[in-house]
Design a protein around this ligand. Structure first.
Ligand code: UDP
Ligand code: MG
Length: 322
């Protein structure tokens, strides 16, 4: 019998058309976690599958009290499926695991050790990716490096969604209600004590990847625009530079006309007016971009910060965070 004092662990698994993977997945997860000193249960989130995965998981849950499930009304995408799972998971720690067994559930033992040592966010760092094309590896590596540079939120490289989150990290994620959800960024935004655990990513056990390059490209754009206003700021700089060049060129045209007269009538005045207006327009666009960027940040209504720990001054027993 499970010890009632034991902490609880919820393994959250987003599932989209994974009927072929499910029969491999469930036994492997339970076998891997059999000797973990925790009360383990699974939360399967059916993200609008059309291959019977949803019915399969309902059957599995019927026969095993350790399995729970959520079924979304349609395919909302992995980010939303994970968010729905995090909203409903009730455990001391939650592990997010892919349904295709690309992330080894055995690694959760290692995650657990860090969790016991007080870590809130223990993430798997991929040292290699088996069964994925050269192009996917290169584009993924490039993406992680670009977003790391552009975003002020720490987003660890080569890190997917496979991770353990403490209860307070999960509670924090629930407060982030933005619609465009780039989870890798949200995990980083939360902060708290985080640590990476290296592992080798396996090939899929069954089925095919649900992400094609078009979806991945859109995902990358989502990540960059949700966590960085660098592109907007770029407009300001390009505008200011072009405007400066235009003003200088305008001055040259005026000086030339004064010194040598006009070769073509009307050309210098036309040129100067055009450059002047163009420059002013670009600067104005950049300024609008700056305000738009701020409006965009505000519209997300994220909490301003999260406390990791706090204590009221003096010897009062009351802690500030309670
Ligand atoms: N997934 C999901 N909704 C989607 C696409 C994918 O819940 O719209 C799930 C999928 O079932 C799997 C995980 O997200 O458990 C990762 O998907 P996949 O293996 O296709 O991605 P890859 O490993 O190729 O990046
Ligand atoms: Mg996969």
């Amino acid at each position: 019998m499970a010890n009632p004092e034991q902490p609880s662990l919820c393994v959250l698994i987003p599932v989209y058309n994974e009927a072929e993977s499910l029969p491999h997945l469930i036994p492997r997860v339970f076998a891997a976690l059999a000797d973990l000193p925790a009360k383990v249960h699974l939360l399967l989130v059916d993200d609008g599958s059309r291959d019977g995965s949803g019915e399969r998981m309902a059957e599995l849950a019927e026969n095993d009290s350790r399995i729970g499930y959520l079924r979304l009304a349609r395919n909302f995408g992995k980010e939303i499926a994970m968010s729905a799972g995090l909203d409903h998971a009730d455990a001391d720690a939650v592990v997010i695991l892919d349904a295709d067994l690309q992330d080894p559930p055995e690694l959760i033992h290692e995650f657990w050790k860090h969790f016991q040592a007080g870590c809130d966010n223990v993430y798997g760092v991929r040292t290699s990716r088996d069964g994925e094309s050269f192009l996917k590896k290169v584009t993924a590596a490039g993406f992680y490096r670009v977003i790391d540079r552009m975003s002020r939120t720490p987003i660890p490289r080569d890190t997917g969604d496979f991770r353990l989150l403490s209860r307070r990290a999960v509670l924090a994620l629930r407060q982030l209600r933005e619609r465009n959800r780039f989870m890798k960024g949200l995990f980083g935004w939360v902060g708290y004590k985080s640590i990476g655990v290296p592992y080798q990513r396996a090939a899929r056990v069954a089925g095919t990847s649900k992400f094609n390059y078009w979806k991945l490209w859109n995902f990358a754009l989502e990540g960059i625009t949700s966590f960085s206003t660098v592109p907007l700021r770029l407009a300001t700089y390009v505008g200011a530079l072009t405007a400066a060049a235009a003003f200088i060129y305008g001055a040259v045209v005026i000086a030339k006309t004064l010194a040598y007269g006009e070769a073509v009538r009307g050309y210098p005045s036309l040129m100067v007016v055009m450059l002047f207006l163009g420059g002013i327009q670009l600067i104005a666009l950049g300024m609008i971009g700056e305000y738009l960027g701020r409006l965009f940040e505000e519209s997300k209504m994220r909490p301003l910060y999260l406390l990791a720990d706090a204590k009221a001054p003096g010897n009062t027993a009351g802690r500030l965070d309670q």
